[in-house]
Design a protein around this ligand. Structure first.
Ligand SMILES: NC(=O)c1ccc[n+]([C@@H]2O[C@H](COP(=O)([O-])OP(=O)(O)OC[C@H]3O[C@@H](n4cnc5c(N)ncnc54)[C@H](O)[C@@H]3O)[C@@H](O)[C@H]2O)c1
Length: 257
């Protein structure tokens, strides 16, 4: 019996670094997948690459209707929703707070914070109903950041959004603790995905820029995608049944000091 056999797993931001690897790992461990990202073509390519039953729906996570329709799709196609990985997100340009264009701050809050709020707003009632009707409730894994636990100089809007995700996670965990639903946040530090490598490529000296990003990390390196995905799967695992409302820092030791 595989770890996620027969479970329906929803992954947003499914085409990105963490999302695509998490989707592949859930598929390999027996899950049925509902996959979403902002544009349809890479989503179809990802779905076709997985040896699992899949359903896809592209759209902007900053629009509430996408989250509503994703939950409907999970129910129509697979009859239930067991695990949701709310992972879609965007980064912020590295500048001090007064230099963040207000439009950029608004968009970051809409995608990174409200996107998770809309997702949970539609996922929780379905999972609660499953629990009420006598089967398993569910697990929600929100992808926050170490910038959701402590301040992040030159990333203030992003840090505000990710602190918000931690607030949503803890609050919903307490609200649904007796309803068979666990809600946890995974909080990575800088990891080797397009979100970070894209920024590094823009720097005149790539190695110096990477050293700059990892200076405050006790392990002195970026996280590899697989290292973060391992924590996502741990948070989602039904056997991990007493852990809720937690912020799981996968950060090379940053929050230890
Ligand atoms: N990479 C890191 O260092 C790091 C660190 C901490 C937290 N995170 C968080 O991890 C999550 C995944 O990031 P990643 O590193 O895999 O980045 P990524 O850029 O590789 O993936 C993000 C995915 O989200 C999708 N997306 C972006 N905006 C969207 C929108 N409005 N609607 C729907 N989909 C949208 C993108 O198309 C992309 O596929 C994000 O929430 C990010 O903030 C990343």
């Amino acid at each position: 019996m595989k770890r996620f056999d027969g479970l329906t797993v929803l992954v947003t931001g499914a085409c990105g670094g963490f999302g695509s690897r998490a989707a592949a790992r859930f598929a390999a461990e027996g899950a049925r997948l509902v996959l979403s990202d902002i544009s349809p073509e890479p989503l179809e390519t990802l779905a076709a690459s997985l040896e699992a039953e899949t359903a896809t729906l592209a759209g902007d996570i900053a629009r509430e209707s996408l989250s509503e329709n994703l939950v409907k799709l999970a129910l129509e196609k697979f009859g239930r929703l067991d695990i949701a990985v709310n992972n879609a997100g965007i980064a912020q340009n590295f500048v001090k707070l007064p230099l963040i264009p207000s439009e950029e701050a608004r968009r970051i809050l809409e995608v990174d914070l409200l996107g998770v709020f809309y997702a949970m707003k539609h996922q929780l009632p379905v999972m609660e109903r499953q629990h009420r009707e006598g089967s398993r409730g569910g697990a929600i894994v929100n992808i926050a950041s170490v910038a959701g636990i402590a301040g992040a100089p030159r990333l203030a809007a992003y840090a505000a959004a990710k602190h918000g995700v931690v607030g949503l996670t803890r609050s919903a965990a307490a609200e649904y603790a007796t309803k068979g639903i666990r809600v946890n946040a995974v909080c990575p530090s800088f990891a080797r995905t397009a979100m970070v490598t894209g920024t590094l490529k823009l720097a005149p000296d790539n190695a110096a820029a990477e050293a700059d990003l990892t200076r405050g990390v006790p392990m002195k390196r970026l996280a590899e995608v697989e290292e973060i995905v391992e924590v996502i799967l741990f948070a989602a695992d039904p056997k991990n049944s007493f852990m809720t409302g937690q912020t799981l820092a996968a950060d090379g030791g940053i929050t230890a000091i």
